[in-house]
Design a protein around this ligand. Sequence first.
Ligand code: HEC
Length: 154
Amino acid sequence: MHGRRLIAAGSFALLTLAASGSLRAADGAALYAANCVACHQPDGNGSEGLAPPLAGVLGKRAQSANGREYLAQVLVSGMVGNITSRGVKYNGNMPAATLSDEELSAVMGYVLTTFNNLSQPMPAELFSAARGKALTPSAVRQQRERVLAEVGGE
Ligand code: HEC
């Protein structure tokens, strides 16, 4: 009797774990839809004159330590000024995201997995570290230039 109750309790715990696992994965998509989609578009291809693409361009950035620091900084501090992405010029204003470190981790996980085919996680600690050395939005744009000179990309 006892044993069976224990097993029932155990499988309930597993079910709860599984459910929270899929909730986490869904979170990134929901956060993207609520906070990013208006500018970067549902397919992550951005919109000329408004916001650059996030699709297919972030792989090299996400795989270098300086690049990950840059990506975390964009979310935490925002970015402003002239940039070129996939040969197209943008002069927009990326607002600093008002999300928690965990939420930033989830939304960037979604962006990297879904739009860049990359299972490179950006843990919450990266975003808390970025907050610790927050930059002005135009300094973030300069950081982008340094990172692209290092890892390549446009
Ligand atoms: C109000 C429009 C807007 C919203 C909302 C927005 N962005 Fe941006 N984002 C921009 C613009 C504009 C830039 C480029 C800034 C520039 O031209 O200097 C940018 C740049 C970026 C970059 C850097 C791209 C590169 O080429 O290096 C990333 C990453 C990014 N955004 C992610 C996000 C994520 C994730 C969200 C949602 C949490 C988000 N953005 C919400 C407008 C927006």
